[in-house]
Write a protein that binds this ligand. Structure first.
Ligand SMILES: [Zn+2]
Length: 342
């Protein structure tokens, strides 16, 4: 089987609405929106003391907004820092701004247009990989690769179009490498597209820590949802972090990551190993996502075939982008035929 994958940490207990002091300059308040993409919920961070920044205010949830306002009572919020425009990260910024006078800082508005709610549903779109109900039940999951295959279930974001904050537009547009100075704190913004093209990480220079958003999480791999997600960009954005001097990452979901310079290369290696497996399938003449999933994911239960298909598709799109793979259709889709070039 594949080499040992990234070591995920599922040990994360939170008290919703409470203020948790994580370091001299960082506090966290967690929203009660646990789920298969959000783990225990959205962790909203407060940076500094007295004149503070809030990182990712969170989902539309008045209880969470009230908890945040209580957490900063007697203080002044000077900045709202936004890692990206998913529905569990940015929407509460607008709710906070009804109470406080702080601008939002982000890379840009949501990168894709809001879908037309009146548009007819195209049955060919989405997860139509063509798995049959009669597909044979997989063999029992073997113990040696259990950890490896926990990842595809988190790739179901493929279709979660309602998980987007269509309305967000930053008051202050942040560029890669920009340093944002607060009162006693400063963060360096890193543009880290992949999960979504407007993703930023914020490095807190005084504590050598990083707010890593959904780019690097300690509990799970990151979803690369089409059409805006890009595996090639994601890999570049992981590479960008290697060799940096931050010693702790604070992801939006899950516990602090205390070994980022081990985890980030492991995440990179994990995706590269997947790419190699897919290239081997293509080399053996498998041409559909369905057939590749049935070959590669023999030990996962059937209900994970579609998310596994979404993961395979993100790799094929990445290989197509760099001309390593031909596609039978102009626009690569879930039922296209894929072949190696050259
Ligand atoms: Zn996200």
């Amino acid at each position: 089987m594949a080499a040992k994958g990234p070591q995920f940490n599922l040990d994360h207990e939170v008290v919703y609405g409470a203020v948790e002091q994580l370091s001299p300059m960082v506090r966290r308040v967690t929203a009660e929106n646990p789920g298969k993409f959000t783990f225990q919920g959205t962790g909203t961070y407060i940076i500094g003391n007295g004149r503070v920044a809030i990182v990712d205010p969170g989902p539309v949830d008045t209880n969470h907004v009230e908890a945040l306002l209580a957490a900063v009572e007697g203080e002044t919020v000077t900045h709202l820092l936004i890692t990206h425009t998913h529905g569990d990260h940015s929407p509460a910024a607008a709710l906070l701004q009804e109470h406080i006078d702080a601008p939002t800082w982000g890379f840009g508005p949501h990168p894709i247009a809001r879908p037309d709610p009146d548009a007819p549903i195209d049955p060919e779109r989405g997860l139509g990989f063509g798995f049959d109900q009669e597909e044979p039940e997989p063999e029992q999951r073997s113990s040696d690769d259990g950890a490896e295959d926990t990842s595809p279930k988190h790739d179901e974001g493929y279709q979660a179009a309602d998980a987007n904050d269509w309305d967000f537009s930053p008051d202050e547009v942040v560029t890669h490498g920009q340093v944002i100075d607060g009162d006693g704190w400063s963060v360096e913004a890193l543009h880290t597209p992949g999960h979504i093209s407007n993703h930023l990480c914020f490095a807190l220079r005084e504590e050598l820590s990083m707010f890593s958003g959904d780019h690097v999480m300690g509990w799970s791999t990151t979803v690369i949802p089409p059409p805006d997600g890009s595996l090639n960009s994601y890999l570049d954005s992981l590479q960008l972090l290697i060799g940096r001097n931050e010693t702790v990452y604070h992801p939006t979901h899950g516990a602090p990551i205390t070994d980022p310079q081990q985890l980030v290369p492991a995440l990179l290696a994990h995706r590269k190993a997947r790419t190699e497996q897919i290239l081997a399938c293509l080399n053996d003449g498998l041409a559909t996502i369905k057939d590749i999933v049935l070959r590669m994911y023999t030990h996962v239960p059937k209900e994970l075939y579609n998310p596994a298909g979404a993961s395979v598709m993100s790799h094929l799109l990445a290989l197509h982008e760099i001309d390593k793979v031909h596609c039978s259709d102009d626009e690569p889709g879930p039922r296209s035929l894929y072949t190696l070039t050259g």
